[in-house]
Design a protein. Structure first.
Length: 202
């Protein structure tokens, strides 16, 4: 298994995202979190969520990876929420989260918010995760198209986030994959690729 990661602020003044990829013999896991709530609070939220989640996963103790991931996400949500309530500097902070835990013939993944998991196989790039966002709900209801969602003025409004409520619901799912396939975890949708039709619908 090969992992790589890149973090850059792009046009933003500050970078509020965090990522995890294993080093040496650490747990087989890739994760990305994109914080919100201002530079300091957003960075704190994303890094705290990943730190707590990874440590909880490393504890093990569950019969299935789905239950293990669910427990770890609950722990991350509680940690971010508790800090946001106890620190004025962190009040209102939260973060998106997307992760993938790969095995030989399948992977288990989860997401909260609009950070995405893509699966590239045999020349086809597919979005696997489902966005928890205002525009995603409009698309699903048939009010707007995916193309309209990509330029909608409220495209950055998310409907779920880690740490903004005492409990948060994550989508947890598994998919098959094979040798040569690639996962791409991204803090935000590939808008440019979508407009050009490079991303297939799930």
């Amino acid at each position: 298994m090969k992992y790589c990661a890149l973090s850059e602020k792009g046009k933003r003044e500050h970078n509020e995202d965090s990522f995890f990829i294993p080093k040496h013999s650490e747990v087989a896991l890739a994760a990305v979190a994109d914080g919100m709530g201002g530079h300091k609070a957003g960075s704190t939220a994303s890094s705290l969520a990943l730190d707590v989640m990874v440590k909880d996963i490393c504890r093990g103790g569950e019969r299935s990876p789905e239950k293990l991931i669910g427990r770890a996400i609950d722990a991350a949500n509680a940690a971010v929420f508790d800090l946001s309530k106890s620190s004025d500097d962190c009040r209102g902070m939260g973060t998106t989260l997307v992760l993938a835990m790969p095995f030989k013939t399948y992977y288990v993944a989860a997401n909260v918010g609009d950070s995405r998991l893509y699966h590239y196989s045999e020349g086809v790039l597919r979005q696997i995760s489902r966005d928890h966002s205002y525009v995603a709900e409009l698309v699903e209801a048939g009010y707007i198209t995916r193309e309209q969602a990509a330029v909608h003025p409220r495209r950055n409004v998310i409907t779920r986030a880690i740490g903004t409520s005492p409990r948060e619901r994550a989508d947890i799912f598994s998919e098959s994959w094979k040798a040569g396939d690639t996962h791409a975890l991204h803090r935000r949708p590939f808008r440019h690729a979508e407009r050009r039709g490079y991303v297939q619908d799930t």
